[in-house]
Ligand binder design. Structure first.
Ligand SMILES: [Zn+2]
Length: 330
């Protein structure tokens, strides 16, 4: 009986995790806290709920807080997060957000608390069902550098925008909440790792990545994490609008994330001229439109995280791309 139970559990685990594995990689965070507050407001115009204080397993200076809720039609839900600074032991004040919050500070934080407030003139039913807090620690010198404004850069010309498949054309779900606006200052290239090129199926692959980012309980993000995705045939898809904060490489604020579908680690998928042409056109357009100097502000994900992303094959070519982009826009 016990063995049967184990097998059943294993089957459940496989059924649950395998679909997720075929849909793009996300960072393994230094800290992950998830919870089911199961806070419901029904037949009432107002409700308020505060979680317990949640201690981090290690201090972190970059966090994404994402909340899942089922809202009554006229209900307004405000989420709040506050953080305790590890060095002073002091708490910051509550900061309001819609459903996804990005927190970056040079001082690391060691604890967090969330609060939810529901207002509903029609007394419907609103439930805050789940939250996920992902935290990462980035060394102080990198954080300081990240939080400063880059030197002004102006290209001689603006590179033509390549054709980008709109969200409606690939069947994107609407974002769960309002986005946080930002000014693009850095370009960060990723690969999907999984799916590899062989399992890419056009728009349905992009929908799969979006579902994974929005529905996996470890992320629960408001939308697909990347701003752009490039298929092996060179098609460019719009993820989040590039003028809003994404979820692809912490700290995310002011970074535009571009994901090349495939695994570009050594001895895996091959880069082809169509991918490179699309990537260079997209990067040249972004750099010249948002006044980003590609020489200093074009990166691979591995520059900020201990992982191989965007794969050695792409990463080794970044110096060459920088020269080409500068040539394109100057
Ligand atoms: Zn990456």
């Amino acid at each position: 009986m016990k063995r049967l139970k184990t097998i059943y559990l294993l089957t459940l685990l496989v059924a649950f995790f395998v679909p997720a594995m075929v849909s793009a990689t996300v960072d393994v965070p230094d800290v992950l806290i998830t919870g089911e507050p199961d806070f419901t407001v029904v037949d009432s115009t107002y409700g308020q709920f505060e979680t317990e204080i949640m201690e981090m397993t290690k201090p972190v200076n970059n966090l994404i807080v994402a909340v899942d809720m089922q809202k009554a039609e006229k209900a307004m839900v405000r989420c709040y997060a506050r953080f305790k600074y590890a060095n002073t032991g002091r708490w910051g004040s509550y900061l309001a957000f819609d459903a996804e919050y990005h927190f970056s500070a040079i001082d690391p934080v060691s604890a967090c608390q969330l609060m939810f407030i529901v207002r509903d003139p029609e007394r419907g039913k609103t439930t805050v069902s789940h939250f996920a807090i992902q935290g990462n620690y980035l060394e102080e010198s990198k954080m300081q550098w990240f939080m400063q404004k880059p030197d002004p850069f102006k290209s001689k010309s603006v590179w033509a925008k390549p054709t980008v498949v709109a969200r409606s054309a690939w069947g994107a779900r609407p974002a769960k909440s309002a986005y946080t606006p930002h000014v693009p200052q850095r370009l960060i290239v990723h690969h999907s790792y999984l799916p590899a090129q062989a399992t890419y199926k056009g728009a349905s692959t992009i929908r799969g990545i979006q579902n994974y980012h929005m529905d996996d309980p470890k992320t629960s993000w408001a939308d697909i994490g990347y701003h752009f995705l490039i298929g092996p045939e060179g098609v460019i898809y719009q993820g989040r609008p590039e003028g809003v904060v994404g979820a692809h490489c912490s700290p995310n604020t002011n970074s535009v994330g571009i994901c090349v579908i495939g695994n570009y680690d050594e001895n895996a998928d091959k880069l082809n001229p169509k991918i490179e042409e699309s990537l260079l056109n997209l990067l040249s357009w972004l750099a010249s439109t948002y006044k980003i100097n590609p020489e200093v502000n074009l990166y691979g994900h591995c520059d900020f995280a201990p992982k191989s992303c965007p794969g050695a094959i792409i990463y080794k070519k970044l110096p060459q791309y920088k020269t080409q982009i500068l040539k394109n826009i100057n």
